[in-house]
Design a protein around this ligand. Structure first.
Ligand SMILES: Cc1ncc(COP(=O)(O)O)c(C=O)c1O
Length: 490
């Protein structure tokens, strides 16, 4: 089947004084076909349109197309137009040129994302990849209806793109949600919409840190945050995490005058623990005394399967120390790329100014659709359903690990999030176990990849949200085989 009409104007070189119009047009079209600018099966515009486009007479265009047809470069059929044929180019498509020095320098020196960040996603979604919600359970029909509605009424969101913080009705809806469900003290004016927590971290790192500034990092901790702070040239201070969360006393011993701290208090990444009230108060106390900031990454707190919800650290803050980050990646789907930053009021303007210098703002269309999804109650319904589903999937994982991996792996008893951690009991390192599992087609994530200074926790991370009962059970049986569990025969 012929491709659609080539609707973009083909750039033709200007004609030299000695060339006739016909020989110039013939030469230009022929070389465009030979070097691939006009790809095989491209349908050329009708001769009348073509002539108008290039200010030629129709007779000139027709005679050139006839010649190209005679020589086999194009095929014209009545009622179907002129289509480019597949022809072998007698010369290389582009003359080989030496790579410019600046490209060679960048290729040799730029910091590649560590292979596990790209690699895992390139291999596709397979158990137990982390960060994958149950997208097949997402009410896509409702989303489609709301999106179609907004696309038709595009003026409804077009004008409201004027606010650099993002679509105001969505910011109001988020403020309501955060006040009610997370205890966050905020108004819509303090919220800036970003393309996920990662963009929020990048902007905050650039705003809050200068090259050489020190920041407390949870050890082990979230690699995405580490990348953002590294990009800003900050000095990472690895502060140990125990069952109560980040050890504030250790942070103070190590670096009392750090510029700030990054924490995941609701569900520490990757250990899964919740920061105790005592530690929260100690962290806020230090931040207030030191004049430091605290970045609270609240990436998946919507999912707690037992016990009461834990209010945000920000809800205890009386000194404007905390910047709160949240996201719809886990509650909706990750490729939506909508997240939000809740800033102390005085920091809104500097943050927005910095953001404006990078990419103006995010797409308001997605924000408007998401706003309708929340306002019509679909998000609350979806969350309730998903909480039950994920809770069940986690129980299947815990239960299956006991059955198939007893003595080899002990899965944490934390009931929260979309992933959990399992501690190796067979003396293997995280990396060894990860490699053996990968050979069995499994995507478990070695916890050593999250450490800064701390020794290997000898543990694996398991994403369970995106995998059904069969996939979880089969994955565990394969893992038992990979790790040589004696109970793998079950
Ligand atoms: C701790 C933590 N923070 C932030 C993110 C990134 O969130 P977003 O998709 O909103 O950029 C993730 C992703 O899984 C995460 O695990």
């Amino acid at each position: 089947m012929a491709k659609a009409i080539s609707s973009f104007e083909l750039t033709l070189k200007s004609r030299s004084r000695h060339q006739t119009l016909t020989s110039w047009l013939y030469g230009e079209l022929r070389s465009a076909i030979l070097d691939g600018r006009l790809a095989p099966e491209t349908r050329l515009p009708a001769s009348r349109d073509f002539a108008r486009q290039y200010e030629l007479s129709r007779g000139t265009v027709v005679s050139v197309l006839e010649r190209l047809q005679d020589e086999g470069y194009v095929t014209s059929r009545v009622g179907f137009g002129t289509v480019v044929n597949r022809v072998e180019s007698p010369r290389p498509a582009r003359p080989a040129t030496a790579t410019p020095a600046y490209i060679r320098r960048i290729v040799a020196t730029h910091k590649r994302p560590q292979p596990w960040i790209d690699g895992a996603f390139a291999r596709g979604v397979r158990p137990f990849l982390i960060g994958v919600p149950a997208t097949d359970e997402f009410p896509a029909q409702i989303w489609g209806r709301l999106a179609a509605n907004r696309a038709r009424r595009f003026r409804s969101w077009l004008k409201s793109g004027g606010d650099r913080r993002g679509y105001e009705p969505l910011r109001s809806a988020i403020a309501d949600y955060l006040r009610t469900s997370r205890g966050v003290r905020c108004r819509a004016e303090q919220i800036v919409l970003v393309s996920g927590i990662q963009q929020g971290l990048d902007l905050l790192a650039r705003l809050l840190l200068k090259k050489g500034d020190a920041i407390w990092m949870e050890d082990p901790g979230y690699f995405g945050a580490r990348i953002a702070f590294e990009n800003a040239g900050a000095r990472m201070k690895p502060v140990p995490v125990d069952e109560e969360g980040l050890s504030v006393a250790a942070g103070i011993r190590m670096c009392p005058d750090a510029n700030g701290a990054y924490v995941t208090p609701a569900h520490q990444f990757p250990l899964g623990v919740t920061m105790s009230l005592e530690r929260r108060m100690a962290l806020l106390g230090w931040a207030a005394r030191a004049g430091a900031f605290v970045i609270e990454d609240d990436y998946d707190s919507e999912y707690r399967f037992e016990g009461p919800p834990v209010p945000a650290l920000q809800s205890l803050d009386n000194h404007s120390s905390v910047v709160f980050l949240g996201s719809f990646s886990k509650t909706m789907f990750p490729s939506l790329r909508v997240g939000y930053v809740v800033l102390p009021p005085a920091l809104v303007e500097p943050f927005v100014a910095l953001r404006y210098r990078t990419d103006f703002r995010n797409s308001c269309f997605d924000q408007a659709v998401l706003c309708d999804f929340i306002a019509e109650g679909h998000l609350a319904r979806h969350l309730r359903r998903m909480r039950t589903l994920y809770g069940e999937r986690l129980e299947i994982l815990i239960d299956g690990a006991k059955q198939h991996l007893g003595g080899v792996l002990e899965v944490s008893n934390v009931r929260a999030g979309l992933y959990t951690i399992g501690y190796l009991k067979n003396g293997m390192s995280s990396r060894q176990a990860e490699e053996l599992a990968a050979a069995e087609g499994l995507e478990v994530f070695g916890a050593d990849r999250c450490t800064l200074r701390r020794p290997d926790p000898k543990a694996l991370l398991f994403g369970f949200g995106g995998f059904d009962e069969v996939a979880i059970r089969q994955g565990l049986i394969r893992l038992a085989k990979a790790l040589g569990s004696r109970s793998s025969a079950h």
